[in-house]
Design a protein around this ligand. Sequence first.
Ligand code: PLP
Length: 487
Amino acid sequence: MTADPVISNAAAPGAEYAETASAAYRAALQVIESVEPRIAAATRKELADQRDSLKLIASENYASPAVLLTMGSWFSDKYAEGTIGHRFYAGCQNVDTVEILAAEHARELFGAPYAYVQPHSGIDANLVAFWAILATRVEAPELAALGAKHVNDLSEADWEKLRNKLGNQRLLGMSLDAGGHLTHGFRPNISGKMFHQRSYGTDPNTGFLDYGAVADAAREFKPLIIVAGYSAYPRRVDFAKMREIADEVGATLMVDMAHFAGLVAGKVFTGDEDPVPHAHVTTTTTHKSLRGPRGGMVLAQPEYSDAVDKGCPMVLGGPLSHVMAAKAVALAEARQPAFQAYAQRVADNAQALADGFLKRDAQLVTGGTDNHIVLLDVTSFGLTGRQAESALLDAGIVTNRNSVPADPNGAWYTSGIRLGTPALTTRGFGADDFDRVADLIVDVLSNTEQQGTSKAKYTLADGTAERVHAASAELLAANPLYPGLTL
Ligand code: PLP
């Protein structure tokens, strides 16, 4: 297995791009050092730590030097509230160029009629989508019925009536412990406060999405919005079926593909598994499997595009123009054939990781994976997710604890460990490497013991951390991160 072309071509020793990128970073760090040396030191240390750890956090990746360098520009200094060509500030001609390009790449890459690239994060993208759906489905018909063009034209009494309607809508989303995200209606999140909320879960026997149960919940609850998508579900979703359910009950289908956007962009998820043609509105982050800068994006069918386009001022302030520029660069990378090869390897590697666990008798939620996530149930090791996460970190393996369906240990301690393949695949890890990773994780967890009845304290058997560190150092050395980048 060779290293990913974007990262290895970009940073391989001797490659012109790598030398240039190294020089750029060295110069940047010298400049930062002259103002606040502790930040320069922390920046160097972060690269060293990332190079030296087995990063299995499913929502993280390594962006290319081109993407990272794009963010460090004077676009950061420009206010550009508004939309392309219609800004509330003068002098936005270059931001317009950036936003036009980023949106064009997004539309082409995902085959979407419309793309909005301003959201600062995934949460912001979801907020834009929620309010765009409310504006289209609730506000616009109400204004039309009252013969008004704009909310500012309404009397106080009519405005109060509209506000009550906007605040009384229903949302059906995947429950947190089945793998849904906080923004899909979880009570402590604003989505759970804005909407009357109900969740669908997964089949208690198989852990798979039960479309019949989703349809039953939709028929009974009659939501305005059905949210599909997940943060910790290790399987593919049939979005054509989800759309059928939404259509039957008159709901808008919103898909949050934050986690798996890279697999959609890389054409691993096609047909019924590609959310973009099926959803009315699709939201995403750009920094997870899509391997771009930290940010969000909304794709929409034409009937929702005008409302989405008002993300600012609806819920957003000035766009992060330097990040929009980096989104354009990352999306240009994702349109290359090499990205499709990368995305396929992400899925193949997840399969290899799951197989590695299964052959060592570990328990996986749903018994495996067919996306980029493996959800390991650590109760068979006599541990909570919290203990497993900490013990793995002691051995240099970076993961995050995660609930499993109907989790007996709750959302804080949890019973699972979520693992993802996008980051290490970018480094060049292949199937054999991921089998070895499964071996190392099982080694750590088999040598970890719960202390008494504590859900947090544990003891790692002597020598385990050193043994696993040494083995992972070999894997990391064989698949270096930014190999040509010398600081
Ligand atoms: N949606 C999903 C499905 C996610 O997994 C996440 C992040 O974990 C988000 C939204 C939020 O993204 P952000 O952290 O960029 O706000």
